[in-house]
Design a protein around this ligand. Structure first.
Ligand code: HT7
Ligand code: ZN
Length: 852
């Protein structure tokens, strides 16, 4: 397969200002008639090229006359044209029920739906399927009325009526020009939870969340989140919704989280459906965040879209930043920041340090679906956050206003966004632009040294080499810094924003009254790794005294990491300072429970591994379990008090109640780690009596990690209670795949043969195979069987759904980080994947790059 390069971008030869689509819907054979009004773009004599994927043209007409001179070039339809404007009509027949890739038009649980981003539209009809061709769409659908009583598409509904043979039709028009990736239609036997929203200029918008009838009671949370999002975007960014309707449809089989199609968002049902019995607090929060994310795309993505797919972070990074800010405003901003940084470190830092590292604005790709990555999304969001920090809130808002006004209705670039920031912010972001072009996580070393009356802070930065980028230039790193007095515990300086833009820089502080302790990268102001060489005592001090909650959390994490890394590498570790720090945090009445729960949690096995030259999964597991046991034992009364204090009477979805459940489950884990005789009974009682899924799954997870006879009882009871509920069964598979027990690998191999396991549903595949491959201990079993299991599943999944399969390759690509024996076994599996017959280009790209 051929790589596509950013520097080869050329304007489209032909534009399509209008398109009319006529669908005769049938799961086995859907007829699609497309009428395109095309205009020549500039002076050239090139033919019209319409992309296709798996399509056969049943007929082609130019200006109403059957054309003879068209030809196929691979999958694309090529039509030579003489004039500057023509009408092109094509007809194709597609089979949604045979579409297992879930791109284009496909069937899911009896409904028909579409997924077009990034290049799925070309699986529906011939079209210049690129984001810089913007068209006004008219859509007509005809379908069997009994099977598909609801017919939805983008824009506003225009008309509907009966058709022959028990069929009916509907027409939808979208007045906003859009790229083909935002096209959507849905046909199904659906019901809606409806509502309305009055916009800031007084227009009423009809809202609908469409689901299958039994799921209707689980849609209130999503509808509420949608209304909150619409209001927030008006209040914070001045962005108003622009159509008369906004619909969301929940679909069971979906490759991603959701899709922002204009006026008709399509969602993975796991990001819509919630009630206390089936959804955890994490699910509730994720639903609100994804609903907000997709809604915010109406401006950051739809009204201003991307010129080409290299600019993907223009819409995704910015929209993630917007959804993170929205979620921060709904509850504890500090806890939200901790969660976001934890997930950045879990998914993006390893990507930046591995064979699939790429810049936020990539230079080339083979398959664009492989670039919907943590780098584009989460690191992209950090770039926007840094610019917001550098500009300050007022100028940042002026800059986003300028960006939206200037580029409304166009397909823009990352450069356009940065230039808007520069112009409205009155700053020079010349060097900052390297964040878009250089991959790799910068490392900062910070040394605070007292020298008589002068205290010096020596800062230095390096950016590691990444594939294709052996040498790096210094970046602009906005570091928030503050000094605290060791004795008084009081701040000695104001918070200061340091822009570290050279390889080395020094800051001086004169006449400080006492020895200073450094608080750096407060709020995680820059997405970098900081080596600040602080002692255990200084970290413990900051974990108790820093006034920035993120820095306080970070100090505890660093103390835990230092303790664990010492234990792994030397076999023992001094942990007195850590035990005291955890006790202080756990019993500090001024802290909220959600924060305490985050702060006392040990770093994951994988994150500990990321700190080591060669990852030793068994040693890490042993050291972490030993520390958990010590923390559990030495602080047992405190854990029990925290557990009891956080018991709630009845389920409530509020920040305080969520925090209490979080702390209760963390405490339960430590009580179990202590080896307390009653721990399994406690977990089972919580599991059994729970009135919400957070507590039930928390109890189950504790039992699943242990050896009690109640373990099997809980696994069976959970399965029976939720038989037939696909989203909850995903949790059942996932919890077992994440188990820390010795026999997890064998259990997972067995679960793959369970009658409820299927690779055809992406959520289920991710719940078992995806979860297992991030279980550091089980996946890296020295036998190599874990690697073989995952590779077998991926080879089988690739035949059905290449996009979902390719997303699961990265854990195998981390082979360089492990010992020679494991590395050879991981490589061997990657080689087996590459050699497997009929490999998709998605898998080819991921697996071959992972071998380098
Ligand atoms: N913009 C959406 C991306 C997406 C997607 C990409 C590849 C394959 C399937 C997909 N479904 C949705 C999601 C978002 O970021 O909002
Ligand atoms: Zn998005």
């Amino acid at each position: 397969p051929q790589a596509i390069r950013r520097e080869d971008y050329r304007q489209p030869d032909w534009l399509v200002p209008e398109i009319a689509l006529d669908f005769d819907l049938d799961p086995a054979a859907t007829r699609v008639r497309a009428t395109l009004h095309v205009t020549r773009n500039g002076a050239h004599d090139r033919a019209l090229v319409l992309n296709g994927d798996g399509l056969e043209a049943a007929s082609v007409k130019v200006d109403g006359v059957a054309a003879q001179n068209w030809r196929m070039d691979g999958q694309d339809l090529v039509i030579p044209l003489t004039g500057d404007a023509h009408t092109i009509e094509t007809e194709v027949v597609i089979a949604p029920e045979r579409n297992t890739q879930l791109q284009g038009l496909y069937a899911s649980s009896g409904m028909l739906c579409t997924q077009c981003e990034a290049e799925g539209f070309r699986r529906i009809t011939f079209f210049p399927d690129r984001p810089d061709v913007l068209s006004k769409y008219k859509v007509r659908m005809t379908a069997d009325k009994a099977r598909f009583p609801v017919l939805l598409a983008n824009g506003d509904p225009i008309a509907q009526g009966p058709a022959e043979g028990g069929r009916h039709w509907a027409e939808w028009h979208d007045p906003f020009p859009k790229p083909s990736y935002l096209f959507a239609l849905v046909a199904g036997d659906l019901v809606a939870n409806t509502g309305s929203f009055t916009t800031m200029s007084g227009r009423e918008v009809q809202l609908g969340i469409y689901v299958r009838a039994p799921d209707l009671p689980k849609t209130d949370h999503a509808l509420h989140a949608l209304k909150l999002s619409m209001k927030w975007d008006e209040d914070v960014y001045g962005r108003e919704y622009d159509l008369d309707v906004f619909n969301i449809v929940a679909v069971d089989d979906f490759n991603f989280g959701a899709m922002e199609n204009k006026g008709l968002n399509v969602f993975n049902s796991r990001y819509i459906l919630a009630d206390p019995d089936t959804a955890t607090d994490w699910d509730y929060d994720a639903i609100a965040a994804v609903v907000a994310h997709e809604y915010f795309h109406n401006w950051s993505g739809n009204r201003v879209t991307c010129r080409d797919w290299f600019q993907l972070s223009l819409k995704e990074g910015f929209t993630v930043f917007r959804d993170q800010s929205f979620s921060a405003d709904q509850g504890s901003a500090a806890v939200k920041r901790i969660e976001d940084v934890r997930s950045l470190r879990a998914s993006q830092f390893p990507e930046d340090a591995g064979p699939l590292a790429h810049p936020v604005r990539p230079d080339e790709y083979i398959e664009i679906s492989n670039f919907y990555t943590a780098t584009i999304y989460n690191k992209g969001a950090e770039l926007i956050r840094m610019m917001a920090t550098i500009l300050g809130p007022q100028k940042f808002r002026a800059a986003t206003d300028l960006y939206f006004d200037r580029f409304d209705g166009t397909a823009a670039t990352c450069e356009d966004f940065v230039a808007s920031m520069e112009e409205a912010g009155g700053v020079d972001l010349g060097q900052f632009r390297r964040w878009y072009s250089q991959a790799g996580t910068p490392r900062v070393s910070a040394n605070l040294v007292q020298d008589g009356a002068t205290t010096r802070l020596a800062l230095a930065q390096t950016v590691p080499p990444t594939p294709g980028q052996p040498v790096k230039e210094p970046m602009v790193l906005p570091l928030k810094i503050r000094l605290f007095g060791e004795k008084s515990g009081a701040p000695l300086t104001d918070e200061q924003l340091v822009l570290l833009d050279k390889p080395e820089q020094e800051l001086r502080f004169e006449g400080l009254p006492e020895r200073a302790v450094l608080s750096i990268n407060r709020g995680f102001s820059a997405p970098v790794i900081v080596d600040a060489n602080r002692s255990a005592a200084d970290l413990a001090f900051l974990s108790a005294h820093d006034d920035d909650p993120f820095a306080r959390y970070e100090a505890m994490q660093q103390l835990m990491l230092d303790t664990l890394v010492a234990a792994v590498t030397t076999g023992k570790g001094e942990h007195g300072a850590l035990i005291d720090a955890v006790r202080n945090t756990l019993t500090d009445p001024s802290l909220d429970r959600a924060f305490i729960a985050e702060a006392v949690l040990l770093p994951s096995d994988s994150f500990i591994g990321d700190q080591m030259a060669v990852v030793d999964p068994d040693a890490i597991f042993r050291a972490r379990e030993a520390l958990r046991a010590d923390l559990g034992n030495l602080l047992e009364p405190e854990w029990r008090a925290a557990y009891e204090g956080a018991r709630a009477n009845r389920f409530e979805y509020s920040p305080a109640a969520k925090g209490a459940r979080r702390l209760k489950n963390v405490a339960l884990g430590y009580i179990a780690a202590s080896g307390a005789a009653d721990a399994a009974e406690l977990a089972y009682a919580q599991f059994d009596a729970a009135d919400n899924m957070t507590d039930r799954q928390g109890g189950l997870a504790t039992l699943v990690n242990g050896t009690s006879s109640l373990r099997e009882k809980a696994i069976q009871a959970f399965y029976q209670r939720y038989a037939g509920n696909a989203l909850v069964l995903d949790k059942w598979f996932q919890t077992q795949a994440l188990s820390s027990r010795d026999d997890t690998l064998a259990a997972v191999e067995k679960l793959a043969r369970h009658p409820d396991f299927t690779l055809a549903n992406p959520n289920r595949a991710r719940a078992l195979v995806g979860a297992f491959s991030i279980n550091q201990r089980a996946f890296h079993d020295p036998s190599g069987r874990g690697y073989r299991f995952v590779a077998d599943q991926l080879i089988a999944l690739d035949k059905l759904n290449p996009q979902t399969a390719a997303k699961l390759v990265p854990p195998l690509g981390r082979w360089k980080r492990f010992d020679a024996d494991r590395a050879a076994k991981m490589r061997g599996e990657l080689e087996r994947i590459v050699a497997s017959p009929g490999l998709s280009k998605d898998m080819f790209e991921q697996a071959t790059k992972s071998l380098d």
